[in-house]
Design a protein around this ligand. Structure first.
Ligand code: ADP
Ligand code: MG
Length: 234
């Protein structure tokens, strides 16, 4: 089943149109990566899908339901979670409090879920009362993923999860994303680290100037001449 689909999305900021009809799809079980130059509209697409920006055209379909124009909290209730590139944890709160905030929309007892999430992130489980602001960039990114998982999403939208991390942390974060995916969560991510991200993705898209430029399997895009020249450093 298709978990998430953006159809011909037109969106932007105020009068300024940034996306001129962008289409992407995420099937159940997939990791899908969007690459493209700075300013292509990748973050704008994530925000548009998640209901943070109004659409001027096109549709967003989540598990065969048209959810165009719904606010973020409605998307979250349906099973879509979004981790922005920065400011994705509450620095002044502890790890535990961040996870509780992540669960705020749940009406049930979230303790059992918290244990599951801690099991996936033993480094966080080891110090639940540490303030998020004291964590390294990599650990903060792990916490942002953990927080999103509190709501048991079916699809996770990740905007540059490896940005500004040390190389060994990049490895850890990607390994964790794959582990999350194998647990049954579809992933749609934007990445600058194109070679690495496409290498672990089922499929990928290249966006340029607010339009679809290329799409294919992760492998196919890695072997594409244009992708190689422009996004993989030759
Ligand atoms: N809040 C905003 N207000 C106005 N323009 C914005 C805003 N955020 C981004 N833009 C513009 O939208 C375009 C696409 O930005 P963005 O989606 O962040 O690109 P990418 O994530 O691909 O680097 C850029 O020209 C950028 O300057
Ligand atoms: Mg961006």
């Amino acid at each position: 089943m298709t978990v998430l689909e953006a159809r011909e999305v037109v969106s932007g900021y105020g009068e300024v149109e940034i996306l001129h009809g962008v289409s992407i799809k995420v099937e159940e079980g997939e990791v899908v990566t969007i690459i493209g130059p700075n300013g292509a509209g990748k973050s704008t697409l994530m925000k548009s899908i998640f209901g943070l920006l109004p659409l001027k055209g096109g549709r967003v379909v989540f598990r065969e339901e048209d959810v165009t124009g719904r606010p973020p909290q409605a998307m979250v209730r349906k099973g879509m979670c979004y981790v922005p590139q920065s400011d994705n944890v509450f620095s002044s709160l502890t790890i535990q409090e961040n996870l509780e905030m992540g669960a705020f929309i749940r009406r049930d007892n979230y303790r059992a879920r918290m244990e599951e999430v801690y099991a996936l992130f033993p480094d966080l489980a080891a110090r639940p009362h540490e303030r998020a602001g004291k964590l390294s960039g990599g650990q903060r990114q792990m916490l942002a993923l953990a927080r999103a998982l509190m709501l048991e999403p079916r699809v996770l939208l990740l905007d540059e999860p490896s940005a500004s991390l040390a190389p060994n942390m990049v490895e850890h974060v990607f390994a964790k994303i794959l582990e999350i995916n194998r647990s049954g969560v579809a992933i749609l991510m934007v990445e600058q680290n194109a070679r690495h991200a496409l290498g672990l993705s089922h499929r990928g898209y290249v966006l340029a100037m607010g339009q679809n430029r290329l799409e294919g399997s992760g492998e196919g895009l890695l072997n594409n001449d244009e992708v190689g020249k422009l996004y993989l450093g030759g």
